[in-house]
Design a protein around this ligand. Sequence first.
Ligand SMILES: [Zn+2]
Length: 340
Amino acid sequence: MESTLRSDDFLNWIDVHTVEPPTLTDRFEVGELEPGLVHRLFLRLTENAVHQPIRVPIMVLRGAEPGPVVGITAAIHGNELNGIRSIQRLFETIDPAELAGTLVGVTISNAPGYIRNQRVFSDGQDLNTLMPGSAHGNDSQVYAYRFCERVLPEFDYLLDLHTASFGRINCIYARVDTTHAVATRMARVLRPQIIVHNAGDKTLRGAAMALGIPAITVEIGDPQVFDSDDIRSTRIGIRDVIEDIGLIPPDSEIATGEAVECVRSSWLYTDTGGLLRVLPEVATIVKKGEVIATLRDPWGQILRTYRAPVDGIVIGKATNPAATTGARILHLGILGSVGG
Ligand SMILES: [Zn+2]
């Protein structure tokens, strides 16, 4: 018995497909792209130390008819990947000939972080805490600035796609400034499991809103994976949003369920270190006083029992049992009808 494959076994085992190369560009202007077509762009933002351009991949479905521009961004946290595939799947299912307006997908917004399988930018900074960046700042600040300057102004609406971070899980939920009626409507039409009011300062969403672009953040499950169920739900929800905006006629698929709305939310943290077990599942209601987590010492003795301080819904939770003092336990949403 041969224990390994021989070189002959590798004949014809790879099909190499021919693909369209992207158009390299330093500028992004939707109005310059030919209507009725799909465009693949590779937009230069900054350069690395060998003077190689750092580019972000952008897909554009330029509709045959004029209309609003809806931007969808993914992976501004480089390890949050479900949004990338959600954009790709959405674009595969839409013919630009049936579009009145333009759909733009920035699939990998934080390319340096994505390459490193990490949330943060190459200099260790979280891009989504320093928007709209600074023209004369450090590496991440300039990248953020140019992203906001070269990409955002082309949009009339923005959906920014994220996932949970490592060691945590999320349901599908939307963050939105619910004092803004159009943005709130976008979140409701998407039909995530939960909608949370959040002003969104210093985020990409906040930068868009400051430019007068209605924007929502969509959290889609877990980091560094493609979850096909979450991707399908997101694709259908985004399609419903662009139908509602009027880019495309309604199709037969409609996102199901009614979102639970939260007026605010906050993380609960441990007050000492140990081995953490969080009990409720995401998207479940917890009642004030209900046990939500236990913390044990290395010998298995229970150090703490944590209880829900108020009624709420579990938006996300920790999955990593190794908990320091101040480790995240769960993200609790406080129920209440939001404005908008
Ligand atoms: Zn994120």
